[in-house]
Ligand binder design. Structure first.
Ligand SMILES: [Zn+2]
Ligand SMILES: [Zn+2]
Length: 392
């Protein structure tokens, strides 16, 4: 029997996508009528009634409910069905993997709670046409496919191994080693471990964002740019662009390790910081078109300010999650309200198979190291399109 008479599974699924979009649009129509009638009478502010309408959408609401049910099921299964430590034999040697629950919960929190929460926030704020889920799942661009591949790969142990190998083990640098070296050299022990958890996390965030400012500044130098450029190569934002990071981009990891050690924070405060930072990173790469008002100008970077950062290519502007550091070091610029084009001038293959892009950038980084060792400058293409426009 010829295969031409029977469409493939992908062929069967294709018409479902436009159909699902149609269904969504019909749902939006129903919601519009509903909110115009009832909520206008209740005098609910328009942005709030719009967000409520999107939440009560006939497809969105069951999806959110299904997600929460799945999450609760996964939580139950993890506790009841999977042991916390696993003993097995490999090549005749007994092995023990302990703390499985902790590792899985970390991943469930990011993939099952944090990312979906930001997806939902973005959908409520911007609507279906502008949300990342549509760009990632329904009509993915090649760049969005890279974002998704990086996010999924980042949740798996092989990516951690690749990251360790490509950074020559630098990502494993022990924080305790630094702490002992600093206390030994200066006698200064700035431990905040006895502080209440919220205070610790707040101090930690301030110190972290300072280190992050400098490690991000380093990323924008000629030497480190090839490793950071992979992140800037996204030609449009999705929430998951936050996870599109080169596995060898070790400057950020060193910047993450040091602050916790310097302030001697507790393990709980470090875990809280990781969640706060991850949430902010997901939000600033979202399609939410806002500068967050005065908060975005002083306290927390906004998606619009981060979009300006991406549009300026290698120019080190709006580097920090805490705008105060950018202002202090002369790296802050207010973001225009119009949509800015983003992406690296270097051509990227993009798509779900990220191997060639990662390998090419890794090669360029080592070529730069080699040139530096010979006393020459690492070469870099210097196309800065939007920056020139803004400066003129
Ligand atoms: Zn950057
Ligand atoms: Zn970014």
């Amino acid at each position: 029997m010829s295969s031409a008479r029977f469409p493939s599974a992908a062929g069967l699924a294709r018409p479902l996508l436009p159909a699902s979009e149609k269904l969504l649009q019909m749902g939006c129509g129903v919601v519009d009528v509903y909110q115009h009638g009832l909520w206008r009478a209740l005098r609910i502010p328009i942005p709030v009634s719009r967000a409520l309408g999107r939440l009560l959408h006939p497809i969105a609401l069951p999806l959110v409910a299904a997600h929460l049910t799945l999450l609760a099921g996964a939580w139950w299964a993890l506790r009841r069905l999977i042991p916390d430590s696993l003993a097995f034999s490999l090549f005749g040697h007994a092995r023990l993997v302990a703390g499985l629950h902790g590792r899985l919960i970390d991943r469930i929190l990011v993939a099952g709670v944090l990312a979906p929460a930001v997806f939902l926030l973005e959908y409520l704020w911007m609507g279906w046409d502008e949300c990342s889920v549509r760009r990632l799942l329904i009509r993915p661009t090649a760049s969005a496919r890279s974002d998704l591949a990086c996010f999924l790969a980042g949740l798996t142990p092989p990516m951690t191994l690749l990251s360790t190998a490509m950074s020559l083990g630098i990502v494993l640098v022990s924080g305790e080693w630094f702490r002992h070296a600093i206390v030994g050299a200066t006698g200064l022990d700035l431990s905040v471990a006895a502080w209440p958890p919220v205070g610790q996390t707040a101090v930690l965030f301030v110190v972290y964002s300072l280190f992050d400012f400098f490690s991000h500044r380093l990323d924008h130098t000629r030497l480190f740019w090839p490793l950071h450029r992979f992140h800037h190569a996204a030609d449009d934002f999705t929430v998951l662009t936050a996870a599109r990071v080169h596995p060898a981009a070790f400057t950020a990891i060193v910047g993450t390790t040091l602050p916790g050690i310097l302030v001697g924070a507790s393990a709980d405060a470090l875990a809280d910081l990781a969640l706060v930072v991850m949430t902010i990173r997901l939000v600033i790469h979202s399609r939410i078109d806002s500068d967050f008002g005065w908060a975005g100008r002083w306290i927390i970077q906004s998606p619009r300010h981060h979009r300006l950062h991406h549009s300026l290519n290698r120019l080190p502007i709006n580097l920090s999650l805490l705008p105060i550091w950018d202002r202090l070091f002369g790296a802050w610029r207010d973001a225009p309200a119009r949509p800015l084009p983003i992406g690296a001038p270097t051509p990227y293959r993009q798509g779900a198979w990220i191997g060639p892009d990662i390998w090419r950038d890794y090669g360029e980084f080592w070529t730069g190291v080699w040139r530096l060792a010979l006393g020459r400058r690492p070469s870099i293409p210097a196309t800065v399109s939007v920056a020139n426009e803004l400066q003129s």
